[in-house]
Write a protein that binds this ligand. Structure first.
Ligand code: ZN
Ligand code: FE
Length: 254
């Protein structure tokens, strides 16, 4: 239903353009900058109708004001953080649905990276736009949330179908893979994915989106409640929140 175009911007951000052809609706997810979005709109003859923001950081909302000025688009963002989203028109939160033309996104509140972070799930397209909450083989830093909050957010996303495509906002996969291998050096699927990532990055190809099934098998941050991982980390605690906090700490100092 949606045509999804991936725009690499800044040093490692991805902006996504979602085009719903039947209605002509077109959304930019987390436009870090306006220029590259406007260029693609012109190239493809599209009109921007919406901006979908996941959280307030500058590398996600930096293009909001100029895009709104130039296209008069509607800006959608987290209800829980509305005051920090420039130009916000529509405030959405947990369990709400948002319609982009004929496509419907379900909204998840996924605090942890920031206190008002949301994710958009387009079930019919198997597409999850999760900003800086879940990354390919990683997760966002805890700037404003606790490990308990982030673990809860990640486990909610983890429950989505295994064939869900994860459109995160950064190309961090190669570093994440290096770190994940220090946590679980014997994880066979992780090793396979890491090898694939290395080949793609050597050719400057994106490693995003990733597949939820792969994340479940290889992303340490989704595996804090798995016995193999706890064993590999040599931790006494089996409390997933404590294990998650320890993984996050190790990554912060990696
Ligand atoms: Zn961020
Ligand atoms: Fe970011």
């Amino acid at each position: 239903m949606l045509h999804i175009k991936q725009l690499p911007v800044l040093s490692d951000n991805y902006v996504y353009l979602l085009h719903e052809e039947e209605s002509g609706a077109c959304a930019a997810v987390d436009p870090a900058e306006a220029g590259p979005v406007l260029a693609v709109l012109q190239e493809e003859g599209l009109t921007l109708t919406h901006i979908l923001n996941t959280h307030h950081h500058g590398d996600h909302v930096g293009g909001n004001e100029r895009l709104k000025e130039e296209t008069n688009c509607t800006i959608v963002g987290p209800m829980a953080d509305a005051s920090r989203i420039p130009g916000i028109d529509v405030k959405v939160g947990e369990g709400e649905e948002f319609r982009l033309g004929k496509a419907t996104a379900k909204v998840f509140d996924v605090p942890g990276h920031t206190r008002g972070h949301i994710a958009y799930w387009f079930e019919s397209d198997k597409a999850l736009f999760c900003g800086d909450t879940l990354f390919a083989l990683g997760c966002g830093r805890l700037f404003e949330g606790t490990p308990r909050q982030m673990w809860k957010s990640l486990t909610a996303l983890r429950d989505l179908p295994g064939d869900t495509l994860i459109y995160c906002a950064h190309e961090y996969t190669q570093t994440n893979a290096c770190f994940a291998l220090t946590v679980e050096p014997d994880n066979k699927i992780l090793k396979e994915i890491a090898a694939r990532v290395e080949i793609r990055r050597a050719k400057s190809l994106p490693t995003v989106p990733s597949l939820m099934a792969d994340e479940l098998a290889a992303n340490p941050f989704l595996r804090a409640d798995q016995e193999e991982l706890q064993h590999a980390m040599g931790m006494k605690s089996t409390d997933p929140v404590e294990v998650f906090a320890e993984i996050r700490h190790r990554k912060d100092v990696f």
